[in-house]
Write a protein that binds this ligand. Structure first.
Ligand SMILES: Cc1ncc(COP(=O)(O)O)c(C=O)c1O
Length: 374
């Protein structure tokens, strides 16, 4: 069996190991320590957002924002349907109701026109909308100016889920910049990883300070343990923050490599008719976290699932596009505004191996298999 090519595995170096050793030597293993502050500061600088908080996951970061916003049972949050469940599950944890918004063909991200329809519908039916969660899909930023333009009309804060897009740009600004709050994920398959973790960023200092308290069981400022509200055990550990500090140093290199991988796939697969790539709108620059293809069923007889399983036989990992949230059994009765664009992208799409440690030879191996099966 040839060596396995993974979808997007961790890519760690000696700097990370040295920093973790520093933490071990200092014995700041837990619960907090100086590396956390260093990581938060480095992240704040990278994304150009004043306040940051390092937590145990991207999902936890979203949960903390919703708790701070005071999401109550029956309140509504509108979110991208073409999405990963961690982006929206916290709405349900807090007893809120979701309305899913379709993607637009031009970017595969939340369609601002569908969002406006959703917000107008909520206004007419007297629903209390607490937030909009717009996800930067596969490393490509949402069209934030348009999303914000719509949300401002209705007085609703925008949370950008930049879990997949650290290193990308929107109108020459870092992913997540300009939202009420944004979140980043460092789980194992992200462009950089801390093995698991997340960062919450916002210009709202009060949000970050409240989230900081909530993330450590909401302990009041007393020598003994007193709690006036319920919190969570969501803080990132100092050991993992050390990995993050090291990974941030190589983020720009990782972005360059991800984009080069994407360019190679585009070049090598350019002649395959009926095969196209995730569109890249001119308002931004994707970090190319994953390279995603579409197969036109009118031209290509092989389905994405047939391609996926043929590649799996060659020990190559690919992955279907996120199954839209409104098609998930767990959200069976959840309202969606349209949804057919997301459904089409799901049924025609496939995510290709995009790990920054893959070689040019690995890319050729993937391409040859795809060409053969198609
Ligand atoms: C779009 C999106 N949102 C949220 C998350 C959740 O992040 P985490 O796994 O760190 O909880 C992820 C990734 O895992 C994601 O891809």
């Amino acid at each position: 069996m040839p060596e396995r090519i993974f979808l997007s595995p961790p890519h760690i170096g000696n700097t990370e190991l040295d920093l973790v050793k520093e933490v071990f030597d200092s014995n700041y293993i837990a619960p907090v320590g100086p590396m956390l502050g260093t990581f938060e500061k480095a992240m704040a600088e990278y994304v150009n957002i004043s306040n940051t908080l390092a937590v145990s996951s991207g999902t936890a970061a979203i949960h903390l924002i919703l708790r701070h916003l005071g999401l109550q049972s029956g309140d509504v949050v509108l979110a991208s349907t073409l999405n990963f469940i961690g982006s929206v599950a916290p709405v349900i944890y807090e007893g809120g109701n979701l309305i899913f918004i379709d993607a637009e063909s031009e970017s595969w991200n939340m369609n601002p026109d569908r969002l406006e329809e959703g917000l107008e519908e909520c206004r007419l039916t007297g629903k209390n909308v607490k937030a909009v969660i717009a996800t930067d899909l596969y490393g490509q930023c949402v069209d934030l100016d348009r999303i914000k333009g719509v949300c401002d009309k209705y007085g609703v804060p925008v949370i950008v889920d930049s879990a997949e897009s650290l290193g990308a740009e929107y109108k020459n600004k870092p992913a997540g910049y300009g939202a009420y709050a944004s979140i980043y994920s460092f789980n194992g398959n992200k462009i950089i990883t801390t093995s698991g973790g997340g960062v919450l960023a916002s210009e709202d200092k009060e949000l970050i300070e409240h989230a900081r308290k909530l993330s450590t069981q909401a302990r009041d400022d007393f020598p003994y343990y007193q709690h006036s509200e319920l919190g969570f055990n969501y803080r990132m550990s100092n050991v993992l923050a050390a990995i993050g500090v090291g990974q941030l140093k190589v983020l720009d290199e990782r972005v360059i490599r991800k984009r080069a991988i994407n360019r190679s796939y585009r070049k090598l697969l350019a002649e395959v008719s009926g095969l196209s790539f995730m569109p890249a709108p001119s308002y931004g620059r994707t970090n190319c976290w994953l390279t995603v293809i579409q197969l036109d069923p009118k031209i290509v007889s092989a389905t994405p699932e047939e391609v996926r399983s043929a590649l799996e036989k060659e020990n190559i990992e690919t992955r279907p596009v996120w199954k839209p949230m409104h098609m998930q059994p767990v959200f069976a009765n959840t309202h969606v505004i349209k949804g057919c664009v997301a459904e089409r992208i799901f049924s025609n799409g496939l995510c290709l191996p995009s790990g920054t440690n893959m070689s040019d030879g690995d890319i050729e191996r993937v391409v040859n298999c795809i060409v053969k099966i198609i």
